[in-house]
Design a protein around this ligand. Structure first.
Ligand code: MG
Ligand code: MG
Length: 257
């Protein structure tokens, strides 16, 4: 688990987070009907080059998975996470999820946002908003002395009380010198359990919330996670440090989610 040893390390994670947040914000602004998901990978690749950072995702392949072939995940509608950018063309009413991470001077930042494409229907707008609220409910628990389960429980209660289900197969995570560090941060479970939260911990909180059931399938590309019932899904993520004053969202800039 990342436990920051100095203000200097926190400063590097702030920088990583800022690059991620600014890039996601600029990508959100270009979303429109008719775009190919590949175009977001092209734009994100340019951002990485001009910012002189490195991709957290490109080539990532834990446990024998094929190396991830892109710098960003683009997941549409029933695709939950880990969608590979390609020739899928965005249509009016789609939900596009952009998930992006970079390394700055050895430290990772990781964030995701759900973006409406054109005019989306009211129920999808409600799903997106409930997912965003569940992220912030989890972050609100990130205070020294709370337990890890308090984050999980707040996310789950917020999503389920809006009438949705949370994905169990993928979870949030510690983050720092590695993209995925201990502990796992599930989006479900009882409050008051798990390790105590301490100042200096940095976690990526990332609810994945479904209109239908929580079940997940992986497509033949080995990466893309889709809902088993093909209902739509939403995903938000922030990288957050626990400070003496409470949670500090490292992947937030004015105007971002
Ligand atoms: Mg992510
Ligand atoms: Mg993550």
């Amino acid at each position: 688990m990342i436990q920051l040893k100095s203000d200097r390390e926190l400063e590097k994670m702030r920088e990583a987070g800022r690059h991620v947040a600014e890039t996601l914000l600029s990508l959100r602004k270009i979303v429109k009907v008719g775009m190919l998901t590949q175009e977001f990978n092209d734009a994100a690749t340019e951002e990485i080059a001009s910012r002189k950072v490195m991709s957290s995702f490109l080539g990532y392949g834990p446990g024998g998975a094929p190396p991830f072939p892109a710098v960003i995940c683009t997941s549409v509608n029933e695709e939950i996470v880990h969608g590979i950018p390609g020739d899928r063309r965005l249509q009016n009413g789609d939900i596009l999820k952009l998930d992006f991470g970079v390394i700055f001077e050895g430290f990772h930042g990781d964030s995701a946002v759900s973006v409406p494409v054109g005019e989306i229907d009211e129920e999808d707008a409600r799903l997106i908003e409930a997912t965003r609220r569940s992220l912030y409910a989890g972050i609100e628990q990130m205070r020294a002395g709370q337990r890890l389960g308090d984050i999980s429980n707040a996310v789950q209660r917020t999503a389920e009380s809006a009438g949705y289900s949370v994905v169990r197969d993928f979870v949030g995570h510690g983050i720092g010198r590695d993209l995925h560090e201990a502990p796992k941060v599930p989006n479900f479970g009882p409050a008051g359990r798990g390790p105590r939260l301490k100042v200096g911990m940095v976690l990526a909180v990332e609810p994945m919330v479904n209109r239908g059931k929580p079940g997940v399938d992986i497509t033949s590309d080995g990466w893309t996670a889709v809902t088993a019932d093909h209902e739509r899904s939403s995903h938000f993520e922030h990288t957050v440090a626990i400070t003496p004053d409470g949670p500090e969202i490292l992947t937030h800039v004015p105007g971002s989610h």
